[in-house]
Design a protein around this ligand. Structure first.
Ligand code: IMP
Ligand code: MG
Length: 185
């Protein structure tokens, strides 16, 4: 295991099993619909790649990158969009695919922003949910892989300072590595 990892929270097998379950559920719910997966870069790229292969229905794929204004431990709630979608979402049932739902500010902004473009529907699928850290009370994901405690986690796409994304599991970062500078992306 990486030296910076305190412990493994979710191993490869647990992730694979849960992603298959989510894939089955989403396939049933979106049967006959025009599903557009929106992968929120960069953290959800690994999850999205696995999730789309667990689907049993056709889907389209697009990417969006948002970053929050402000720095430090909190997301400010205002987002910049350094990379926008290429698709016009009007004809689609949009499913936002996110790595982790923390304060909820990023997804709340993003959901409102995309709702203004009038997709047929819009829902959220997040691999991880840290309910203890929620600040936007009315924001809930429609599909959740795992609810996890308030610890800083990395791997399976999630980074700390752009590192550890390639770990095949989700691990808790050692506190001495983590300097309390969470920067959402
Ligand atoms: P929110 O606006 O506070 O919900 O921000 C969510 C974003 O913060 C995620 O998309 C991640 O980029 C980042 N984030 C929050 N918690 C963690 C974590 O434990 N590990 C890695 N990134 C995290
Ligand atoms: Mg990040």
């Amino acid at each position: 295991m990486e030296q910076a990892i305190q412990s493994v929270l979710l191993n490869e097998h647990q992730l694979a099993v849960r992603v298959q379950e989510l894939g089955r559920q989403i396939s049933a719910d979106y049967k006959g619909k025009n599903l557009l997966l929106v992968c929120i870069l960069k953290g959800s790229v690994v999850f999205t790649a696995d999730l789309m292969r667990a689907l049993r229905i056709p889907c389209s794929l697009d990417f969006m990158r948002v970053s929050s204004y402000g720095s430090g431990v909190k997301t400010s709630g205002q987002v910049r969009v350094p990379k926008d979608l290429e698709q016009d979402v009007c004809a689609y049932d949009v499913l936002l695919v996110e790595d982790i739902l923390d304060s909820g500010r990023t997804l709340s902004c993003l959901k409102s922003l995309l709702a203004e473009r009038h997709p047929k529907s819009i829902r959220i699928c997040t691999l991880l949910d840290k309910p203890e850290r929620r600040e936007v009370a009315d924001l809930q994901a429609d599909y959740i892989g795992f609810q996890i405690p308030d610890a800083f986690v990395v791997g399976y796409g999630l980074d700390y300072d752009e590192r550890y994304r390639s770990l095949p599991y989700i691990g808790i970062l050692k506190p001495e590595v983590y300097a309390d500078t969470r920067t959402p992306d």
